[in-house]
Design a protein around this ligand. Structure first.
Ligand code: GDP
Ligand code: MG
Length: 432
């Protein structure tokens, strides 16, 4: 999957928010660090990363959350919105206007132009347009064969000339035929770098065919270097958009996407594989939602919301701080954790769950055990519940008899309480 690693790091970060007790500056700082780490690993430019996380932090600290949203949900929605903005906000669809609608593909050697010509051809012909592919890469001997092959693969006509070395002549020769199509996709020659002769060649073709779209095909595996390339091509050929290819095979795609989004050239498509169908229109919103698995995050949030309310969380924490945390709080806490469901269910929802420091034993509370503890607590006096340290062996005997539970159960409950009451309490470290 595209950007799997970045997606799962960000997902784990958001899950951390969902699993935390409440939103405070410490949590926000941690969130910001996690996001920075995840984006830098995806080769996003350092300056862009810091600008993004600064905005997230500012909004998280300043904005009051809307009533309907809990603070946690609000924080997650800020991260989501800012990531969408980061990748260009709106999608830039290509609307086929006057016909023939000429699309010129430009880019360096091996960036994926010829492959993309076939993919784009299929994309438009599936939408009912009459499409033709034209080969103007006159430098590589095998370029024409490749384009012919690609066109055959998607059942489209290709206009190629294996002998002619002047793209202008090729175009003029085919123009009367080519004009009969709705969408004409023109494959051009690349170079190792944007050299002077490439610019001149592209300018000549550009003047000749006056394309409605000049799309730069760029390989996402170059990461943030995409910015310089996009800027250079934009300056010399005035590109109207970018197609980022090989998104499927690189961990640096985040760098490439954010770099292009930061230039004047919007990303219009992404290539996600070698096959003709492996092309997607790029919409930042859909892309981020999918990358983060918003469905999963939403489900998780629902559970987090039920589990502990903001007030409850604050109350328990205050009591801990003042040393008043007692068995009643423990019971409430266990109940809250139980509402999150069995650990296995929660884990299913969060890839990269292992990175979370949720105490597994706290999540593993079983229905039966809670019931037993409830019986035990029912047999304890108010004094004992509030000061469990006074529960002596003889009191344990009494409680065990009164509740009908085993002495070992009473001991276990007291042990759990002591583990939790002693700082640092694992539950309260979780997600903070
Ligand atoms: P050109 O020199 O710009 O015309 O590049 P090509 O179209 O010949 O592509 C170069 C290589 O990149 C070929 O092996 C393609 O199969 C591969 N390629 C192109 N797009 C993608 C993509 O989205 N994903 C993957 N995995 N490979 C791609
Ligand atoms: Mg080519």
């Amino acid at each position: 999957m595209v950007l799997e690693k970045l997606g799962s790091s960000l997902k784990a970060t958001l899950a951390k928010i969902a699993g935390s007790m409440f939103v405070d500056e410490k949590l926000i700082n941690e969130l910001v660090k996690d996001i920075q780490r995840a984006l830098l690993q995806s080769d996003v430019n350092v300056r862009l990363v810091f600008e993004l996380t600064k905005r997230i932090k500012e909004r998280a600290m300043k904005e009051n959350h809307q009533k309907a949203l809990s603070k946690k949900e609000h924080l997650i929605s800020i991260v989501y919105e800012e990531l969408v903005n980061f990748l260009g906000k709106e999608g830039h669809k290509i609307n086929v206007g006057k016909k023939p609608f000429n699309i010129m593909l430009v880019g360096l050697f091996g960036s994926g132009k010829t492959t993309t010509a076939g993919k784009l051809g299929k994309f438009f012909s599936k939408r009912g347009f009459k499409v033709a592919l034209v080969g103007l890469d006159v430098h590589r001997p095998s370029a024409m064969d490749q384009l012919e092959q690609v066109a055959k693969g998607v059942s489209l006509p290709s206009f190629i000339d294996r002998k002619e070395k002047d793209p202008v002549k090729i175009w003029k020769n085919f123009e009367p035929e080519v004009r009969k199509h709705d969408v004409v996709i023109v494959d051009t020659a690349g170079r190792d770098a944007l050299s002077k002769d490439l610019v001149e060649e592209l300018e000549t073709i550009n003047r000749l065919i006056t394309p409605s779209e000049r799309l730069l095909v760029i390989s996402a595996d170059i990461g943030q270097a995409a910015q310089t390339q996009a800027q250079q091509f934009h300056k010399s050929c005035e590109i109207t958009g970018v197609i980022a290819t090989k998104m499927d095979g690189t961990a640096k795609a985040g760098g490439a996407l954010s770099a292009c989004a930061a230039t004047a050239a919007p990303i219009k498509f992404i290539g996600v594989g070698e096959k003709a169908d492996d092309l997607e229109e790029f919409r930042p919103e859909g892309f981020v939602s999918r990358m983060l698995g918003m469905g999963d995050i939403e489900a998780l949030l629902e559970k987090a919301k039920d589990a502990v309310s903001d007030e409850q969380a604050k109350d328990i924490t205050d009591r801990m701080a003042s040393g008043k945390f007692n068995l009643i709080d423990l019971y409430e806490q266990m109940n809250a954790m139980k509402k999150m469901g069995p650990l296995s269910k929660v884990m299913e929802m969060i890839p990269g769950f292992g990175q979370l420091q949720l105490p597994k034993e706290a999540l593993h509370v079983q229905e039966g055990k809670l019931q037993t503890w409830k019986h035990i607590m029912d047999s304890m006096t108010k004094d004992e519940l509030e000061n469990p340290d006074i529960v002596s062996p003889s009191r344990i005997d009494r409680i065990s008899g009164g509740s009908g539970c085993k002495i070992s159960d009473v001991r276990e409950l007291l042990k759990q309480y002591r583990q939790r009451a002693e700082p640092p309490c694992p539950y309260f470290q979780a997600g903070r």
